[in-house]
Ligand binder design. Sequence first.
Ligand code: SF4
Ligand code: SF4
Length: 147
Amino acid sequence: MYKEITQARGKTNFASLTDEIGDACTYNTLCTVGQEAPKAALSAMKKFASEFEAHIKKNKCPAEVCTAFVHIYIDPHTCTGCGECMDVCPAECIEGKPNFIHMIDEFDCTKCGKCIEVCEEEAIVKTAGKLPKLPNRLIKVGKFKKH
Ligand code: SF4
Ligand code: SF4
């Protein structure tokens, strides 16, 4: 269940199920390991309740750690079309050509962050929020309209 929560597949009953299964393990297991093991899951669910809620109900990872909730995009107003990002992308999911605004194919992007490191213009943005309007085809640098 925790793995599914980090993959944006969490369900609203996961908290109550964790309690139920955790309590059952704690009180019905004969060995000490079985009795102690659920405590980590139970205390995490209590101490970080708001984090779990954000993942499951708001589709957000407040710490921006779970990649399923994070977007990486190229700001069409800042990209200079230099191509540095394309050269380092191990997933080959950046499209572009010289002097054109580059684009990331989110479907294949593993969110490794290598493109962010090389972009001297700081045009590549990592966000847990909503995506802005982005080009859906290659457009010359400076020609992408804001609205
Ligand atoms: S995103 Fe950055 S590295 Fe990639 S083409 Fe644009 S300016 Fe160059
Ligand atoms: S985050 Fe990694 S996989 Fe995604 S576009 Fe950048 S370099 Fe490619």
